[in-house]
Design a protein around this ligand. Structure first.
Ligand SMILES: *Cc1c(COP(=O)(O)O)cnc(C)c1O
Length: 401
């Protein structure tokens, strides 16, 4: 296990709020001091716009900003740093692909294939674009055990232009067999978009091995700042795509009636970018690397197993899904207690969990419930957090059930 006493010293929120039991990292993660400092240091020491300033602090800002692209290339084994595009979030990254690629490539003869396990951000954009392009949106089915039914995927990939699916589920923690599925899609000429918002923070991701066409993730779920996300795209496809947003930065030459576009990735980064947040994301990656992504994964695995063991001992506990390959996310309900009430009561013991539909209402429909509680773990959590969670649930159930 990781030394969480040592790790928590790096996270100021644990000093500010003694006794905090934060179990909602699938929603957003806490931030270490070094990430907070890197954001603040940009504003206090070298605040300037990037890519245009002809003075020292502007050059420093540009260098720090662009160095994060290289850091991401190395961290995720992206073939070319020009394939790394900065956005505001996973949601924006997916919308970029939906609008720039989707509008000109989807039609009534091909459509998008998603899964019933998707976060709304990898679902709603495709609903919008499918309607605009009169293309079909189809679903790979989800089983109650939290895994996908892939028995008919070969047939489902017919008449499909793009397969868009999640790497690790934010509800069940299921880690989908992405490499196998991407290979299958490629053999059928279908493009692939992988939502890695819950994958990149928790285990080693190798983009060159997966070899998908698009991959997205968010900074704030990996101890980085809010307001920064990443889209990784295959160079040959990005070069052919139309811009998403127009404005400064993304142009090469502008006349009164026509403009030409900058090369990738800047073609997709219109306007002044989120400089401070990108720099903070770079520091977050360094922080994760200093602990080791494999160590983080092992730590989470142990917490997951302990959590499942301890929670399942509670009377009236219902745990949802049981995928064999999964990350540290546990969805559950206590008989006769609404998850919102549970979360409110746990909060009085300084325990933070998520309650609701987890931005994935279709999953709740498959399970036949309207909401669930969810505990999710990260590198700063330990077995005491789980013991506290269990104690507080038992106490609450006595009062409410
Ligand atoms: C959080 C999450 C998203 C959306 O990320 P944002 O940062 O809110 O855009 C997408 N997919 C999954 C699986 C997530 O957990």
């Amino acid at each position: 296990m990781l030394n969480t006493n040592h790790i928590r010293k790096e996270f100021p929120i644990y000093q500010e709020r003694e006794g905090l039991v934060y179990l909602d990292s699938a929603s957003t993660t806490q931030k270490p001091q070094c990430v907070i400092d890197s954001v603040s240091s940009f504003y206090s020491n070298y605040n300037a716009n990037v890519h245009r300033a002809l003075y020292e602090i502007g050059e420093k800002a540009t260098n720090e900003f662009e160095s994060v692209r290289l850091k991401i290339k190395k961290f995720l084994k992206v073939p070319d740093s020009h394939e790394v595009i900065f956005t505001r979030s996973s949601t924006e990254s997916i919308n970029l692909v939906a609008y720039s690629w989707g509008i000109s490539n989807l039609n009534k003869d091909n459509g998008v294939l998603v899964t019933e396990m998707e976060h709304h951000s990898n679902l709603v954009p495709w609903q919008i674009i499918s309607e605009r392009t009169s293309s079909k949106l189809r679903y790979l089915p989800l089983e109650k055990n939290g895994t996908l039914d892939l028995s008919s995927i070969e047939i489902d990939l017919n008449e499909t232009g793009l397969l868009a699916m999640v790497h690790q589920s934010n509800v069940f923690g299921t880690i989908n067999p992405i490499s196998k599925i991407v290979d299958l899609a490629k053999s059928k000429g279908v493009l692939t978009l992988i939502d890695g918002a819950q994958a990149v923070p928790h285990f080693a991701v190798d983009i060159s091995k997966i070899d998908c066409d698009f991959y997205v993730f968010s900074g704030h779920k990996m101890v980085g700042p809010t307001g920064v996300g990443v889209l990784i795209g295959r160079k040959t496809i990005l070069e052919k795509m139309d811009p998403f947003l127009g404005g400064g930065e993304m142009i090469n030459n502008v006349t009164m009636d026509k403009s030409t576009w900058n090369e990738i990735p800047w073609k997709f980064e219109a306007g002044t970018p989120n400089i401070a947040q990108v720099i903070g994301l770079g520091r977050a990656i360094e922080f994760i690397e200093s602990i080791g992504i494999k160590n983080i994964q092992q730590h989470e695995d142990q917490l997951l197993n302990y959590g499942i063991d301890e929670l399942s001992k509670i009377e009236g506990m219902e745990l949802y899904g049981n995928p064999s390959n999964r990350g540290a996310v546990i969805p559950f309900n206590i008989q006769n207690v609404h998850s919102h009430d549970l979360a409110k009561f746990l909060d009085t013991d300084k325990i933070c969990i998520r309650a609701g539909h987890h931005c994935a209402q279709p999953i709740m429909n498959v399970l036949g419930i309207s909401a669930s509680a969810r505990a999710s773990f990260y590198l700063y959590n330990d077995a005491h957090d789980i013991d506290n969670l269990v104690k507080s649930i038992v106490k609450t159930a006595k009062i409410l059930a």
